[in-house]
Design a binder for this molecule. Structure first.
Ligand code: ATP
Length: 262
């Protein structure tokens, strides 16, 4: 990774300190350790390659050299942010990435509840939010974001759990990874200030994937809920209307959303 080029690209971004790696286990692991130590607010960990990239519940997230953008941002929560539900940090990242892809590349991604960005109904970005704790108090929030830029970034599995895609498939020119990163960071600052506000929820809901469609919430092999996706509530729960007209709130947890047609 060209660190000089990175620092120039991030000159006008809100980032404080940067740790850049050619290869690392997981940017979130490095960021959690740094958050436990001295990382200032809005520190950035970035790597060209992750050898142990993680998704939710320790599922693998694949990051390929030169093909992906993988980074983690550390927030030191203010006292006001400490009372914000932690479930809103994943959509905060979702909004920042959605807006960056739209502003910088004129793409129209959608946000799949709770934590992925889709282009053409396929996953081009994964988000993993974790917290660094000191006893019962939260010392830091780590926002991990992985974006597939070129075709080489796709996970090798023949049948990923959810169809995957990459950004350059939808752009007419190669994507400048660091310029995209700078825009995501600027947007993170903007949406951080809007967390929990009507603009936050309205924009999230307006760009929610599968809204108005039949979806399946998969809890495990034997249990799933099918209904029409109506939107989200002010805690970030997904609202589903089942075929008896009952409104069901789905909390963020080990559940997976799929369009019912897939
Ligand atoms: P799901 O994708 O099933 O809805 P999830 O939201 O929990 O579940 P994540 O934690 O966001 O998934 O990401 C982990 C999953 O993403 C892995 O199970 C893997 O199938 C898939 N995956 C891994 N690397 C990539 C990648 N570079 N691009 C797209 N998908 C990937």
């Amino acid at each position: 990774m060209d660190e000089e080029e990175l620092r120039i690209a991030l000159k006008n971004s809100p980032v404080s300190e940067i740790r850049a790696f050619t290869s690392i286990g997981s940017t979130n692991d490095e960021a959690l350790a740094w958050a436990d130590d001295s990382a200032p607010d809005f520190s950035l960990v970035i790597a060209d390659q992750q050898t142990k990239g993680r998704g939710r519940f320790d599922r693998k997230w694949i990051t390929c050299p030169e093909a992906s953008l993988a980074f983690s941002v550390i927030f030191r929560p203010t006292s006001a942010e400490l009372v914000t539900p932690t479930s809103l940090y994943a959509p905060l990242c979702g909004l920042a990435v959605w807006q960056a892809l739209n502003q910088s590349l004129h793409l129209h991604p959608l946000i799949k509840w709770p934590n992925d960005i889709l282009l053409d109904r396929k996953k081009c970005c994964g988000i993993l939010v974790e917290a660094a704790w000191s006893g019962t108090s939260c010392k830091g929030i780590v926002l991990g974001i992985g974006i597939n830029i070129t075709a080489d970034s796709l996970p090798p599995e023949s049948s990923p759990r959810f169809p995957a895609t990459w950004i350059e498939k939808y752009t007419s020119a190669p994507v400048d990874r660091f310029a995209l990163l700078a825009q995501v960071l600027i947007n993170l600052k903007f949406w951080r200030e809007q967390m929990g506000q009507p603009l936050f929820f309205d924009t999230w809901q307006d760009h929610l994937a599968f809204r108005g469609e039949a979806v399946r919430i998969v809890e495990n092999e034997n249990s799933s809920i099918i209904g029409i996706e109506e939107g989200i509530d002010s805690s970030g729960n997904l609202i589903i209307r089942n075929d008896t007209g009952e409104k069901i709130l789905i909390e963020v947890g080990d559940v997976h959303l799929r369009p019912e047609t897939s």
